[in-house]
Design a protein around this ligand. Sequence first.
Ligand code: ADP
Length: 448
Amino acid sequence: MFKKVLIANRGEIALRILRACQELKISTVAVHSTADADTMHVRLADESVCIGPAPSRQSYLNIPAILSAAEVTGADAIHPGVGFLSENATFATMIEEHGMTFIGPFPEHISSMGDKITAKKTMIDLGIPVVPGSDGSVDTEEQAIEMATKIGFPVLIKATSGGGGKGMKVAKTADEVVNAFQLARSEAKANFGDDQVYMERYLQKPRHIEVQILADSYGNVVHLGERDCSLQRRHQKVWEEAPSPGLTTAQRTHLGEIVTKAVGKMGYRGAGTLEFLFENGEFFFMEMNTRIQVEHPITEMVTGIDLVKEQIRVAAGFPLSFTQKDITFNGWAIECRVNAEDAQSFIPSPGKVNSYHAPGGFGIRVDSHLYQGYTVPPHYDSMVAKLIAHGKTREECLSRLERALGEYVIDGIKTTLPLHLKLVGSSDIKDGQYDIHWLEKNLETTLK
Ligand code: ADP
């Protein structure tokens, strides 16, 4: 097993990784920007190294600074967390070249899945259904119009190297195609340094269903069930649940089987997630994330498996300690992402947390780096906490969640807790009746 792991991230996920390392008796190195010197995982780590100023480009995305910190502290592995360098194949390769282990998949899988056109082609070859659309990139206005007419309106133009809902534009009619094409390209260029885009049919009322997988270096692959992440605002997940209230047992079993088979054929190693849209009983592959995901805790709650520890174990060369047969699904879990934002305007609200009280009790888990007196810096993602509830049934899970939301106190900054309180009280949510467009359509009435 590794002796010392450097955590190349910040916030709640850095703390999550630190906790897993501590339980595995692995020493930890925190790296941080000047803005994060007082953050919780830095306080709890065995060692810490400041790697640069506040802007991510100069700190959390600064590969030479992170590698130097690892060399200086004698770390034997690096965990990239989520976001930042977690899906950067160059980073993974450089870590290995420096004689350390990247806690994640092989670089070739990061590259092939990071290019969404290649990812879709790979999945088609592996027998996975994909969202109907262009076979490759769409490079000219003429091509865009032709392809859109062929696919049928509405269409979605997406960045090949995209992520986080950026570089995606919908065109409802032929008149809108050229504009949407140009907008998607320039947004893609600005965000990912790559203006290549492709086109898909824009599904009208799908659910976002994703499957968690784990694979070791010996060809063992398991799936840990699905998560439903349909509640989104601006293509960003707000609330996730496991299992999905929209699937039958037969659909669930089928999805798990095709995914496990495909991932086995890929020769993939590590934790990963395959994302699908699900409409009228059909699954359509969208993309694969080659890392741990923000919403991994709900899978942990229903399976009892610590995904971060397993990720570290398989990276260290251990085989999976269980088979598919050993995995049982227990009850229901829901995660609410709590952002430091005004719950009406969604304007970020960084600042000092004057008082803090996290909820507790049976079936409640809070993954957060917040503490009383901590100042949320303005430079990074606004998510500050994940509130996770688990219950024997969906009903019990929802009532625990509602109770815990009522207990949660974060004073001094604005948060999206009020939105979650409204959501948990909504009858559509109670009935599990929602698709990926529900939140955008119902946001105003929900917030009233
Ligand atoms: P990102 O990498 O930005 O997360 P995704 O491809 O995962 O991009 O898409 C993000 C979200 O956008 C999905 O969860 C879904 O809500 C929406 N979306 C993506 N593709 C389609 C599509 N073809 N039709 C309808 N909605 C889509």
